[in-house]
Design a protein around this ligand. Structure first.
Ligand code: FAD
Length: 256
């Protein structure tokens, strides 16, 4: 989906798909594509240049990595999530068979909106799992500080901070477990998924920040596991729809 000039505003996507005989010709570029370098097959969102309304113009196409005119660009050097590549993709008169169109022509926008729900749910799970992991690491590291004679967790400030972290993680887990069950039952969970995506990924960032603060100098060392978590969780509020976009969806659903 994402292009150099189309992030949150997918409607401004410029990559074109033009039919010619039994083929579709793709032209344009994508950026910040997860696993782009590793991919063998990509699903590309592209628009019919003759249709103005983006909700009717966008379709999805399957492109195999060996297709002439399809080129992988740079692997972007992110601050976190280093083991997952994020890259640029280019389409230059890239010809694919018409049969590579996914679903009905013009139904791309609707398909994206439907399936992005699932991606956002996964992001919420990632955020909460990261917060749980950070909490556990912090408890262990605080205990190590105690063992070193520091008696860190005897301070009420440290105790209450850890209690608040544990409470938020527990409340988040309860909400998310119920949300996953509701999603599996096929209920409409658009509001709750948007809430979970923004809240859980914000929680992960807040938990990482609080943890590093509690750990003091240990939390400034590369060997401290929370330092990597701190970098990894930063991008979670950006991808799969930013947290501001999530709040916009909720506001709309609330009729505001
Ligand atoms: C690690 C990573 C992996 C990614 N993987 C993929 C991928 O696999 N496929 C893919 O298609 N894309 C992917 N993306 C792109 C991602 O979806 C976009 O970064 C995201 O949609 C935001 O777009 P943007 O970065 O251009 O920010 P912008 O849209 O420019 O937003 C900048 C800021 O403005 C705010 N903002 C923008 N519009 C509004 C609004 N209407 N209301 C309120 N605030 C607003 C945003 O919340 C944000 O804070 C990835 C991004 C990252 C960082």
């Amino acid at each position: 989906m994402t292009e150099p000039d189309a992030g949150s505003d997918l409607a401004s996507m410029k990559t074109t798909a033009v039919a010619e005989g039994d083929e579709i010709i793709l032209n344009g570029s994508k950026t910040f594509i997860s696993n782009g370098i590793n991919s063998d097959l990509v699903i590309v969102a592209a628009r019919d240049p003759l249709i103005e309304n983006p909700h009717q113009a966008i379709s999805l196409y399957l492109v195999e990595s060996e297709t002439p005119g399809f080129q992988k660009g740079r692997q972007l050097n992110k601050m976190g999530l280093k083991s997952q590549d994020t890259s640029e993709l280019f389409f230059n008169n890239c010809r694919i068979p018409k049969t590579n169109q996914l679903g009905e022509k013009g139904s791309g926008f609707i398909m994206l909106m439907e399936k992005l729900q699932q991606e956002r749910l996964v992001c919420a799970v990632m955020g909460l799992a990261a917060a749980e992991k950070i909490l556990n690491s912090t408890l262990t590291l605080c205990q190590e500080k105690n063992n070193a004679g520091n008696f860190h967790t005897k301070s009420q400030v440290v105790q209450f901070t850890l209690v608040e972290m544990a409470t938020e993680v527990k409340m988040g887990r309860t909400f998310l477990d119920k949300l996953i069950a509701d999603h599996m039952e096929g209920q409409n969970v658009v509001i709750e998924t948007s809430m979970a995506k923004y809240w859980a990924t914000d929680l992960a960032r807040k938990t990482a920040e609080t943890s590093l603060n509690l750990l003091g100098e240990i939390g400034t060392l590369e060997k401290c596991p929370v330092v990597k978590d701190f970098r990894d969780v930063r991008v979670m509020s950006i991808f799969a729809g930013t947290n501001e976009i999530m709040k916009g969806i909720i506001a709309k659903c609330m009729g505001l």
